[in-house]
Write a protein that binds this ligand. Structure first.
Ligand SMILES: Cc1ncc(COP(=O)(O)O)c(C=O)c1O
Length: 414
């Protein structure tokens, strides 16, 4: 039954608890590894730490630094740990935000303002980015009165730097590279994009929402990806989500800047109302104290060795899935080195394979052009690799999967 108005009399907790459980009865049980995204699980112990820390600071508000020195300390230390991982120098700055979309929104806003300040006569500021960049950039541009230019990828699904160069105009305010991009999980050639940005005096943003807290550890474990962070000259800002591979509570991301001048562009101060001075570093006002405390707690709980351990297992899961799919004639698209990959074959109808997997209880994510099936992995997937591969093998027996004519027709819902 759907509630359409506030109940006349309050309902006691036991009944509410029952209704809450009932409402979730038909949700997918993410613990069984059948959800290819949305969840980032690093073990029950990590989840417990995040939940306990969140509840301890459930009511506290990140807006109130004067009242909650605890949250200021947690955020300062989270930002410092993130900057250390991503090779921020002594000039680098950062803040916690509520998610990847907010981090990207703010970076876009700062790039726009810097471009307009340098060249007030410019037309509509533009973001030039690879086709694989996240829609958060288009959303930000839409809100901020800007335009986006999406540039075709190279054959390896990475950004094509020459194509990016060719798309630059005097209106270009920002260049983007992803580490990794969500569709194929591959890392763009950040050093080359940053060199181009530096040569033209353009703001360069690295979207490491997925890789910010994964790639540093994957590299330490041997992943073959080029420098992607502030180790690269010309990188102006980096978004890195804590609520993805930081394994913290949802509502937590970080946005970093190479220097204090760029960071200052996102601060907002206002005084012209009866209540006096108002200031925020980021977009939102009130911020969940729980999300800040949980991020601090999980980062300290896992530590470098914990992140390395979890990363190693996620990488092994990806390799096992890739090898099994390869044996079934379903190769990986491109050469992903981190936690996200997509597979597909022009000889198979990937939509039919997806339907078959769906019928066997798997939630399926797709990529299009070329058609493929997409995975963003975490430890829930580790125990079900065998089951997944067995189900794919079964599905491939269905003649419908051999109908290559409709390949490419997948509807890639997010
Ligand atoms: C590469 C990339 N950037 C940005 C985002 C947006 O993050 P959020 O959903 O936390 O706003 C995502 C989400 O999956 C992503 O994959």
């Amino acid at each position: 039954m759907t509630t359409t108005k506030l109940p006349d009399r309050g309902i006691a907790w036991p009944e509410l608890e029952r209704q809450l459980k009932e409402a979730g009865k038909h949700d997918v049980d993410w613990r069984n590894g059948r959800v290819p995204m949305f969840i980032h699980y690093a073990g029950d112990d990590v989840l417990e730490v995040a939940k306990k820390a969140y509840l301890m600071y459930f009511s506290e508000n990140g807006l109130g630094g004067r009242a909650f020195g605890s949250l200021v300390k947690f955020e300062t230390e989270v930002v410092a740990m993130g900057l250390d991982l991503l090779h921020g120098g002594p000039e680098a700055r950062g803040a916690m935000t509520t998610g990847g979309t907010e981090s990207i929104f703010l970076a876009v806003k700062c790039a726009r303002d810097r471009a307009l300040a340098r060249n007030p006569g410019m037309g509509t500021p533009q973001i030039v980015m690879p086709l694989s960049a996240h829609p958060a950039f288009d959303k930000a541009a839409w809100f901020l009165g800007m335009k986006t230019v999406r540039v075709p990828l190279g054959a390896d699904f990475c950004a094509d730097v020459d194509a990016l160069r060719a798309a630059l105009t005097p209106e270009t305010a920002m260049l983007v590279g992803s580490a990794p991009a969500f569709p194929h999980g591959v890392v763009d050639p950040i050093p080359q994009i940053a060199a181009l940005a530096q040569e033209r005096g353009i703001w360069m943003h690295v979207d490491a929402c997925v890789g910010g807290y994964f790639a540093p550890f994957a590299r330490e474990l041997g992943a073959d990806i080029p420098d992607f962070d502030f180790a690269v000259d010309g990188v102006t800002s980096i978004s890195a989500d804590l609520h993805k591979y930081g394994y913290t509570a949802k509502g937590a991301s970080t946005l970093f800047f190479a220097d204090p001048e760029s960071f200052a562009l996102m601060g907002y101060a206002f005084d012209n109302w009866p209540r006096g001075q108002y200031f925020t570093h980021t977009l939102v006002g009130t911020r969940a104290g729980g999300a800040i405390a949980a991020a601090w707690a999980v980062m300290n709980y896992l530590g470098r060795d914990g992140y390395l351990r979890v990363t190693e297992r996620v990488l092994a899961t990806r390799r096992a899935m890739q090898a099994g799919l390869d044996r079934l004639g379903l190769p990986t698209l491109g050469q992903p080195e981190l936690s996200v990959f997509a597979f597909g074959s022009p000889e198979r109808d990937m939509a039919a394979i997806g339907r078959g997997l769906g019928a066997r209880g798997w939630i399926v994510g797709y990529v299009k052009e070329p058609a493929g099936i997409h995975h963003m992995l975490n430890l829930t997937h580790e125990p079900v690799v065998g089951r997944y591969l067995a189900d794919v093998e079964e599905v491939l027996k269905d003649k419908a999967t051999r109908a290559t004519a409709v390949s490419g027709s997948v509807v890639a819902e997010y």
